[in-house]
Design a protein around this ligand. Structure first.
Ligand code: URA
Length: 431
């Protein structure tokens, strides 16, 4: 078999066999197939798609590129949650400690930034020392001892996704149903959780722009999860505007930790409680969503979720003092508040434009080797449905470069829409 023939077959819209997919993924993972062929393969998939069978084969091949953990030997039930990607989506950082504090073990493998969408691993690395490359043994031991793990792909766990993910980020090959489904589900299968809640985003700042596409992606991932013997559900949530206020790595981490301290923007707080309730029900800790929600609220109020986050940070080598004193986070050189150019109701905060502006500030990558600037980003102060008067703060820019700050101001202003008529707030969830 030759990699080039497999690329050509997909380029010519033919269905690949399990053996061909396996050959390609194993070859890419062990270094025999170079980045340029993997990029061409990914682009052929973006352009020509894959059948559900091919997608399932791709998922399993990527999961098997490393070890596939069986956590049923470690804990009774481990849960996981994953987002399909969005702007300002720091949900996992708040929800996972909440759920773990309610006594449900969490074993989670996250990803880095992808295109205009931020990534949990980049956000967590805003905490000095925090390790996202745990080995299999470390993953299992920490799950047993601490009841929570939040790590990334490693040489042991889903290495093919780690490599493919980095390529997709910078080769225009992110928005593809089979690539997203296989990337998410291979991590879920490899890290071994038995119950998985998927938060599938739809809208202007999601990879699936319409509800129909998001539903299809959700169904595909649920089918793959169930095929692999995992209890899997998908929620469809709004990503037309950024979630919460913060966009950018350290800013988002601060907002996520803020929620554990008991203060957070209302939409973000509500979103997290809803996701946490679903995880608690799927993990059989709560009988109903109302009960799950009450449990999640209680563990914020009594400080146990925050304590769980401290335990997590310490276990993975991070400096816990940052959790208690957010003023320690690296801050940007320039902070500028942008006022509303007119009065009215906010009718749009185009999430993708905000996400792209955040990458341009340095919060994401244009090349695989680009370093991340953890300090830069935005605080979005006015959201869809809010009423503003001319001159009131609309958003705040955190930048380390004056020219980039000026460009970001223009971009994010262009993301805003205004209306003289009342505009209702956007829903948080669709299904
Ligand atoms: N999250 C992932 O892990 N992979 C994707 O492709 C998109 C979101």
């Amino acid at each position: 078999m030759r990699a080039v023939d497999i690329i050509i077959k997909k380029r010519d819209k033919q269905e690949l066999t399990s053996q061909e997919i396996d050959f390609f993924i194993q070859g890419f993972s062990n270094g025999d197939i170079p980045d340029y062929q993997a990029s061409a393969f990914a682009m052929a998939i973006v352009l020509n798609g894959m059948t559900p069978f091919e997608t399932a084969d791709l998922t399993l091949a990527m999961a098997r590129s490393g070890q596939v953990l069986d956590l049923s030997k470690v804990v009774d039930i481990a849960v996981d949650k994953h987002s399909s990607g969005g702007v300002g989506d720091k949900t996992s950082i708040s929800v996972m400690p909440m759920v773990a504090a309610c006594g449900l073990p969490v074993g989670k493998m996250s990803g880095r930034g992808l295109g205009f969408s931020g990534g949990t691993l980049d956000k967590l690395e805003s905490i000095p020392g925090y390790r996202v490359d745990l080995t299999t043994d470390e993953f299992i031991q920490q799950l047993k001892d601490k009841g929570i793990v939040l790590t990334g792909q490693s040489l042991d766990l889903a290495p093919a996704d780690g490599k493919m993910y980095a390529l997709r980020d910078v080769t225009g090959t992110v928005p593809s149903m089979p690539l997203i489904a296989s990337s998410i589900m291979c991590k879920k299968i490899a890290s071994g959780a038995q119950a998985i809640v998927l938060d599938v985003k739809t809208g202007l700042g999601a990879f699936m722009q319409t509800l129909d596409e998001a539903r299809e992606l959700g169904q595909l991932m649920v089918d793959i999860g169930r095929l692999a013997g995992r209890k899997t559900v998908a929620l469809l949530s709004d990503m037309n505007q950024p979630l919460g206020s913060a966009v950018g790595n350290a800013l988002e981490l601060i907002e996520a930790v803020g929620l554990l301290h008991g203060h957070a923007p209302a939409d973000y707080y509500e979103h997290c409680l809803h996701v946490a309730a679903h995880v608690l029900v799927l993990g059989q800790r709560a009988k109903t969503l109302d009960e799950g929600r009450a449990m999640a609220e209680k563990c914020i109020a009594n400080g146990s979720a925050l304590e769980k986050f401290r335990v997590l940070v310490q276990a993975q080598g991070g400096d816990v003092s940052y959790v208690d004193d957010i003023s320690k986070f690296t801050s940007a050189k320039y902070v500028q508040v942008i006022p509303a150019p007119r009065s009215g109701y906010i009718s749009q905060v185009h999430a993708r434009i905000v996400g792209e502006a955040s990458v341009a500030l340095g919060a994401g990558r244009y090349r695989k080797s680009d370093p991340i600037d953890h300090a830069v980003g935005f605080l979005i102060q006015k959201k869809v449905g809010d009423k503003v008067e001319t001159g009131q703060p609309l958003f705040e820019i955190h930048a380390n470069d004056e020219a980039k700050l000026a460009e970001a101001a223009q971009s994010v202003l262009s993301a805003y829409g205004f209306s003289d008529e009342f505009v209702p707030p956007l829903p948080l969830f669709y299904e």
